[in-house]
Each structure stands twice: as C-alpha cells, then as structure tokens.
Design a binder for this molecule. Sequence first.
Ligand code: GDP
Length: 301
Amino acid sequence: FKSFAEKLKNTGNRWTQSVSNLFSDDPVTDDFWDELEENLILGDVGIDTIETLIADLKQVMVDRRITNKRELKAAFAELLISRLEAVPGMGKPLDLSRKPSVVIMIGVNGSGKTTTSGKLASQLKAQGRHVIMAAADTFRAAAIEQLKAWGERAGVRVVAQAQDSDPAAVVYDSIMAAKAAGDDVIIADTAGRLHTKSNLMEELSKVTRVIKREIPEGPSEVLIVLDAVTGQNGFMQAETFSKAMPITGVVLTKFDNTSKGGIVIAIADRLKMPIRYVGLGEGIDDLQLFDPRTFVETLLD
Ligand code: GDP
C-alpha cells in the first residue's frame, strides 16, 4: 500500500493546497484572517467551528508573540491535530478482539457501503484475518450482486439470501457460518434507503437484537459511511442512524473527489465521532486508516 500521505497528496484535493498556500513567510495581516476564514468555509469546516478555530489561533499568536505566517502555520497545525485527537477513537484501528467480531456498515444508498465492505475485507484478509461478508442490503438486488463481486475480488466468502429476505436472517446465517468455519471477522453490508416507508431503523435494530442473541456484547464496530462530496449533509444522516445503533466510527468515502477536505474537522467538532478510515478511490486498495497527524501535516505541507 502507498502511505496515507502519498495518497492524500495524489488525490488532487485542491482545498489542502489552497489552505497551505495561505501561509507564506510574510507578516500576518488582517487580510490573512479573512482569507483563512474564506478557505475554511470553502472546505466545509462549518462556521461555528471556524469561529472557534480562528479565535484560538489568534490567542496562540498573542501568547507566543508570533508575527509571521510560517510560525503561525505550525501553531495552526497543532490546533487542528488537538481538535481531531480530542475525539476518542479518532484514527484507531478497528477493535476485532472478539471471535467472531461483527463489523456493521450503515449509511445512505450511494455513500459507498458495499465498496468499503469489499475494500475492508481485502485489507483485513491481507493482515491474516479470516473474513466473511454478509449481504444484508437485501432491498436492492444489485447490492447483493455487487457484494458478491467484491467477495470474489477480495477472496472472501459472502453469505447471501434472495432479494427482500430478512437482513437479520442474513446476519444470523453469517454468524453461524463464521462460527462453523472459525472466521474472525464478519463484515455486514446493510441497506440505506431513508426515503421509503418501510422502517430501516427498525430493521437495523432487529439486526442488532439478532447479533446480541449469538454474541451478547453485540457488534464490535458500527461504521457509518459518509460521502465526503456531500459534506455536512451527511451529518443529519449520522444523527438519524445513531438512533438505531450506537455508531463507533466514520468511514469518509470519496475523499479523492472532494474539494471540501475540511469536512474531516467538522466531523470531529460537530459530530464528535471518530474517523476510522478514508476512501481515496474506487479500487480495492483505496482505503486508508485515518491518521490525524498525517492528515494535518499533509494539509499544511
Ligand atoms: P452503497 O450504496 O452505499 O453500497 O454505495 P456503493 O458502494 O455502491 O458506492 C457508490 C459509488 O461510489 C460507486 O460507484 C463506488 O465506486 C463509489 N465509491 C465508493 N467509495 C469511493 C471512494 O472512496 N472514492 C471514489 N472516487 N468513489 C467511491
């Protein structure tokens, strides 16, 4: 795998470039603060977060008697890293200590759940884990077929039933199959239709109940998959889904396609949810563990 930093650099994320360019060797002027604010707005950091960030940075500047932008850049980097690291679990690898560990992917259609399931299965398998996937998005026939295709690519078994079958039953089957085969990790892809009458949240609660019957501690990880391109629109989704299942982390997909890289900071500050992985492309290797320090250092490189 290429490193997270290398991939981030290659994603053509224009936002990181423009923020970095603000910090030159010149003295800090009033214009600088306007430009910084404008850039953070364009990056989708969110206005409340921006106000507190800028206030904190101005304070550090006074406290440390900073006069030029180069020194200010280092102070800004520290500030961003501490904001990100203030969220428990930020950038931590998945807890896969149980056997089997169930990892549930939730999120709206099109956010990248199926793709992320496949990428994650491949990555965990490469680390020597025995992985199985559950096709619990039974609402869309295409989702089942897509997950099977990812299973083939990753060399990982996929437990599936017919379209419209009960997702909880598919997850139950996958737990039985994992226990019989001695698999370590079950990755469950789930449905994401928020707009139809059938109750997705009830369906997800049932999945949790079924898991708890077999594994009393419940799922090891519940990852909400958010599309970076839609920016802060994803926040409502996260709030809705967190009513059905306690979310343990965020996978931020399509980071390669967005100029709103500041969404990372908004997720930490507003949602207080840890980012665990970032999707940087459509390929099987395009999933990286999120590392706050590398992210900020690349941003301000
Ligand atoms: P689901 O409905 O949530 O399961 O979403 P899919 O996994 O089907 O993904 C929807 C689309 O987003 C597909 O075309 C994927 O190839 C694409 N996609 C997913 N993750 C990424 C990513 O990190 N980068 C890019 N560029 N595309 C992605």
